[in-house]
Design a protein around this ligand. Structure first.
Ligand code: G5P
Ligand code: MG
Length: 207
């Protein structure tokens, strides 16, 4: 059993890296943000508000399914890390450390398919047809919280909340930080770290 999570600021590539981990190691990707967006889709509201209820998330993920999944974006606060401690102890925390300017650029070019959570980027991984999801043919949208005025506030909020979480896992010796501006350069290191612990089902290059 390997209990791993992926942490990082908005736009750091948690979703992108986690999709690759999921494919390479036969796991499922579980995004707390996507989970919150799905919960809110019919009721209206914003993910920030729903996030305040996110301390319920560990219970949702309790059970035998947990080791087969790689959560991203959780735990996001010290309170959530402590709640998670009551359920299991993490073996590995992957922390993505990406410069602020890079995050802003990436988020302004991000488009998503809301129903599936599939993520595109006009420069990095554009859809085959502009504005259209590759698999369903449905329209893509920009996330409300990717508007430039929202991004700066999100980054600030993340920094404050994440600092003690990062310190906690660092002090336990389970934190692995990866710094850079390109996911493709970070990915081989993440792959190498994980393939030491669990057998891959696909090679690194296949992602
Ligand atoms: P989310 O959904 O977890 P964030 O803000 O933490 O939201 P986000 O924005 O989803 O994280 P990401 O998953 O880290 O970013 O990044 P990504 O989508 O993979 O990559 C960003 C973009 O860059 C994409 O377009 C991708 O294609 C592109 N890209 C990737 N790599 C590269 C590259 O090398 N080069 C280039 N050019 N592009 C690249 O949470 C949403 C909200 O929900 C709440 C919070 O309010 C949060 O803001 N929330 C919680 N609240 C409380 N507790 C929790 N546990 C919560 N979890 C979420
Ligand atoms: Mg994401």
């Amino acid at each position: 059993l390997l209990r791993a999570v992926v942490l990082g600021p908005p736009g750091s590539g948690k979703g992108t890296v986690c999709e690759r981990i999921a494919r390479s190691f036969g796991l499922q990707h579980l995004s707390s943000g996507q989970f919150l967006r799905e919960s809110l889709r019919d009721g209206g509201g914003d993910t920030g508000a729903a996030g305040r209820a996110a301390s319920h998330l560990p219970a949702t993920h309790r059970g035998p399914a947990l080791p087969r999944r790689v959560p991203t974006g959780f735990p996001r606060t010290l309170g959530q890390a402590e709640a998670l401690d009551k359920i299991c102890e993490l073996d590995l925390v992957i922390n993505l450390n990406i410069p602020f300017e890079t995050l802003k650029d990436r988020l302004s070019a991000r488009w998503i398919h809301p129903a599936s959570g599939r993520v595109y980027n006009m420069e990095f991984n554009p859809p085959h047809v502009h504005g259209i999801d590759d698999l369903t043919g449905e329209p893509l949208v920009q996330r409300e919280d990717d508007r430039p005025e929202a991004v700066a506030a999100r980054l600030r909020k993340y920094k404050d909340a994440a600092k003690p979480v990062i310190e906690l896992y660092k002090s336990r010796g389970v934190l692995h930080s990866f710094s850079g501006t390109e996911t493709n350069k970070i990915w081989p290191y993440v792959y190498a770290l994980l393939s030491n612990k669990i057998p891959p089902v696909h090679s690194e290059e296949e992602n």
